[in-house]
Design a binder for this molecule. Structure first.
Ligand SMILES: Cc1cc2nc3c(=O)[nH]c(=O)nc-3n(C[C@H](O)[C@H](O)[C@H](O)COP(=O)(O)OP(=O)(O)OC[C@H]3O[C@@H](n4cnc5c(N)ncnc54)[C@H](O)[C@@H]3O)c2cc1C
Length: 435
């Protein structure tokens, strides 16, 4: 279980029978499914909506993530420019930034606490090649900090600079899942937990071998879907400390609850939790043959140990304290790292956020609602709308390619640390992945 679920009382939902005619049936009760119901009801409060969830609400990535509500998008602007105009790309980033505030407003209006704190985000350089790379990411919203300015915000060993953007909030994601699900239940949405559904080849839905009667089906299963070549599960793992006393934060900083990461190629991320722990995550667990999801990847001992070592090398004072939690989960990655929102009249799907879905799922679900209700907006022209990524390679090429990419990301970090220049391996890797 993730740290987040150990800090909350998990409610259960008893909506009665599925056996009736629905306007919309949503498969999956993570952020994508829950926000889809939320936006659909905003558009038309009379809709009858059922959410069917194989396990409990937020049992997938939505209840396990690093709690960065960021404006990040998994594809670079260069990759987006191959099929989108500069104004579409600018609109995408604007919509992402606006979505953080819209979620903040929702939380305030519904009057629940999910630790929402918009303290911005720091990406820290600990050597020159990282600094050269992150300097290129600066724009009107992302500023470069000097070593002293960085230290004033976060006292990470070896930091020589950082970028700072105000566009990120820290949350406890399980509390957001609960607040959102409870709001939906109050508005009449029926949430069926422990209800695995089968989406048939004709895009109808079956539960327990019986067809569910609905006008529209939405697949919101992201990395927790059945195995296909459309999206692969890649594992992200996390560790968390016990609650830390104030004098630790007097030394470490992050006084405004800034989220933080080292500027590595192999993703890392961290936050100061609402109950004053450090929760730190990263990638590196191997991809499993055939895109299988498995417990050994989400509980990969070596990666958890690496994350603990990395945390104490960033903040040596933390060595005196215990790491109390370790967990992981899968993120869904398409072949070109592009998210998607698709609707064809009776069937819809959204996902492929590649580990950036906390904010993006809100925007994707709002866009999907506009497609379903046939309303044109600045969102319905965003790059992910009706986007179809190429399929992943068949095995063994997929296994070889993905695990090589994971290994090469680690090598790129080693190269930058030891060669004092931006990694050549990373350049080749970006070209190979088309990101
Ligand atoms: C460790 C980790 C850290 C992360 N950190 C961040 C972060 O800091 N910031 C960020 O933006 N993103 C982060 N992410 C990614 C983010 O959590 C996801 O992109 C997002 O939660 C996806 O939401 P979702 O609703 O689309 O999918 P999920 O939350 O995975 O929900 C899918 C749901 O579908 C259900 N389901 C699947 N199949 C069926 C079926 N047949 N019948 C019924 N139900 C089914 C599953 O049980 C699951 O509950 C992280 C992910 C992980 C794993």
């Amino acid at each position: 279980m993730s740290l987040w679920w150990t800090l909350v009382d998990r409610p259960t939902f008893f909506p009665g029978s599925l056996d009736r005619r629905w306007d919309v049936v949503i498969v999956g009760a993570g952020f994508s499914g829950l926000w889809s119901a939320h936006h659909l009801l905003n558009a038309d409060p009379s809709l009858t909506i059922a959410i069917v969830e194989a396990s409990g609400i937020g049992s997938g990535a939505s209840g396990r993530n690093g709690g960065w509500m960021s404006a990040l998008y998994p594809r670079s602007n260069e990759a987006l420019a191959q099929h989108s105009s500069p104004s579409q790309i600018a609109q995408l980033h604007l919509q992402l930034r606006n979505s953080i505030d819209a979620i903040g407003e929702f939380v305030k209006k519904e009057n629940f606490d999910c630790g929402f704190s918009k303290g911005g985000s720091l990406v820290i350089a600990r050597h020159e090649s990282q600094l050269a790379r992150i300097s290129r990411d600066c724009d009107e919203d992302t500023h470069l900090l000097t070593a002293n300015e960085t230290k004033a915000r976060i006292n990470m060993t070896g930091a020589i600079g950082a970028t700072f953007t105000p566009n990120c909030a820290r949350i406890n994601p399980a509390e957001l899942v609960i607040g959102l699900a409870q709001s939906l239940a109050r508005r009449g949405v029926s949430i069926f937990e422990d209800t695995p559904a089968l989406i048939c080849p004709d895009k109808s839905v079956e539960v327990g071998g019986k067809k569910v009667d609905t006008k529209i089906v939405i697949r919101a299963t992201e990395a927790y879907r059945q195995r296909t070549r459309e999206m692969i599960p890649i594992y992200s793992l996390m560790v968390a400390t016990q609650p830390l006393p104030q004098d630790v934060f007097d030394e470490i900083g992050i006084a405004k609850n800034e989220t933080f990461a080292e500027a590595n190629h192999l993703v890392t991320y961290g936050q100061r939790t609402p109950d004053n722990r450090l929760a730190i995550g990263g990638r590196g667990a191997p991809y499993t043959w055939g895109s299988k999801r498995n417990l050994s990847s989400e509980r990969h001992k070596k990666i958890h140990e690496h994350l603990r070592t990395m945390s104490t090398s960033w903040f040596p004072i933390v060595k005196k304290f215990e790491f109390t939690h370790a967990w992981g989960g899968a993120v869904g990655i398409t072949r070109d790292w592009s998210p998607f929102v698709r609707f064809n009249g009776s069937y819809a799907e959204l996902g492929g956020y590649a580990g950036d879905g906390v904010t993006l799922s809100y925007l994707a679900a709002l866009t999907l609602t506009e497609l379903i209700t046939d309303s044109e907006s600045e969102r319905t022209r965003l790059p992910f709308v009706q986007w179809q990524s190429p399929k992943w390679e068949i095995e063994p090429l997929r296994w070889l390619g993905v695990n090589s990419a994971i290994a090469l990301s680690g090598l790129a970090d080693w190269e930058e640390q030891n060669r004092s220049r931006p990694s050549i391996v990373a350049k080749g890797l970006a070209r190979m992945m088309g990101t």
